[in-house]
Design a protein around this ligand. Structure first.
Ligand code: SF4
Length: 298
C-alpha cells in the first residue's frame, strides 16, 4: 500500500483492509472484485490482485502458512527481490539485504558512486554492496536502520550530515557535495492517451464493461465501455476528465450513446445507477462522479 502513497493516507485504509480480510484465508476466499473494491483509490491495482493471488498460492502450496524461505517468498505473485528480502530478514531473521530508493541514496553518497540510478550496472553494484555490508547477526534490524537512515537523515535535499552516524566515513560529505549524489536516471517519458468511453442507459440501468487482461491499465476492472469495445452510436459529450496512471496522462471523454448491436455476454453488466459506485472503483471513474451522478432529470 505504501508504494507511491503516503503513510497518512495508507494508515486508515490498511486498518479497513484488515477488517475486511483479517487473514490469508479470508483474502484467498474473496473475489477479485471485492479486493479491488477494498483497494479503491490507492492506485496500482495490480498490487491488490497480486496480494490475493499470493494468499491463494500460500493456501494451495504452503498449507496456509506464510513461507519463511527466501526462494518461496520470491515465488509468490507480486513479490520481487526487495519485498522478499524485507520480509524474510525482518520477519524471520533471514540473511537477505534490501535495496530501496533510500538505501540507494545512502550508498551512492557514502561511497561517492557515480552513474545513473535504475541502470543495470549501478543497480547490480548496489545489491552487491548490500550483500557485503549486511549485518548477518541482525539482518532485519540492519535493513530497517539503513532504510530509516535514508528516510530521516540522508534526505534527498539538505541531508542532515551533522547528526549522521556514518558521516566520518561518507565520501560525498568529505567531497563537500552530498547532494551531487545520486545521479538521477532518465525518467520514463509521459505518454498522452485519449479514451472515448460511452454512457449507455437502458431501462434505468447503465452498461458496464469488464476490462480484460489485455488492457494497458485497469485490468479486471469494471468501467464504462470504450468505443472500441461495443458497437454503438455516440452522441453528445457528457464529461471530459484528465487523470494520470503511472506514466500515462489520460484524457477521458464520456459520451452518451445508443447500442447498435448487443454486446458480448459475460463482459458486460447492466448496473442500477445507485450501484455504480460499487463497480467503478478506480479514481479515474470516480472523477466523473461528483456532478455526473446527480440525477439528471430532477
Ligand atoms: S554524512 Fe550526509 S550524505 Fe553522508 S550518509 Fe550521512 S547524511 Fe548522507
Amino acid at each position: 500500500m505504501l508504494q507511491q502513497t503516503t503513510v497518512k493516507t495508507v494508515l486508515p485504509r490498511y486498518e479497513e483492509f484488515l477488517k475486511s480480510f483479517p487473514d490469508l484465508k479470508s483474502l484467498a476466499a474473496a473475489s477479485e472484485e471485492s479486493v479491488l473494491k477494498a483497494w479503491a483509490g490507492l492506485g496500482y491495482y495490480r498490487r491488490a490482485k497480486a496480494l490475493r493471488e499470493a494468499a491463494i498460492k500460500i493456501g494451495d502450496v504452503h498449507g496456509g502458512v506464510f513461507p519463511d524461505r527466501f526462494e518461496d517468498v520470491m515465488a509468490l505473485p507480486g513479490v520481487g527481490r526487495y519485498t522478499a528480502g524485507a520480509v524474510t530478514s525482518i520477519a524471520f531473521g533471514g540473511p537477505y539485504p534490501v535495496v530501496d530508493g533510500n538505501v540507494e541514496r545512502v550508498f551512492s553518497r557514502l561511497f561517492a558512486m557515480r552513474g545513473k540510478l535504475k541502470t543495470q550496472a549501478l543497480t547490480g553494484k548496489m545489491w552487491t554492496l548490500a550483500e557485503e555490508l549486511l549485518a548477518r547477526t541482525a539482518p532485519g534490524d540492519w535493513n530497517q536502520a539503513l532504510m530509516e537512515l535514508g528516510a530521516t537523515v540522508c534526505l534527498p535535499v539538505n541531508p542532515r550530515c551533522r547528526i549522521c552516524p556514518v558521516s566520518p566515513y561518507c565520501a560525498a560529505r568529505l567531497e563537500g557535495a552530498p547532494e551531487a549524489y545520486p545521479e538521477n536516471g532518465a525518467r520514463q517519458p509521459i505518454q498522452d492517451i485519449r479514451l472515448e468511453t460511452l454512457y449507455i442507459e437502458r431501462a434505468g440501468r447503465i452498461l458496464l464493461w469488464k476490462r480484460g487482461d489485455d488492457e494497458r491499465f485497469l485490468k479486471g476492472h469494471w468501467g464504462f465501455p470504450e468505443s472500441r469495445h461495443v458497437r454503438a452510436r455516440p452522441g453528445k459529450t457528457i464529461k471530459t476528465v484528465r487523470h494520470s496512471i503511472m506514466s500515462h496522462r489520460i484524457t477521458l471523454s464520456l459520451r452518451e450513446a445508443t447500442l447498435r448491436r448487443a454486446p458480448p455476454e459475460g463482459r458486460v453488466r447492466w448496473a442500477a445507477r445507485a450501484r455504480l459506485k460499487d463497480y467503478l472503483v478506480s479514481s479515474l471513474w470516480l472523477k466523473c462522479l461528483p456532478e455526473f451522478w446527480k440525477p439528471r432529470r430532477q
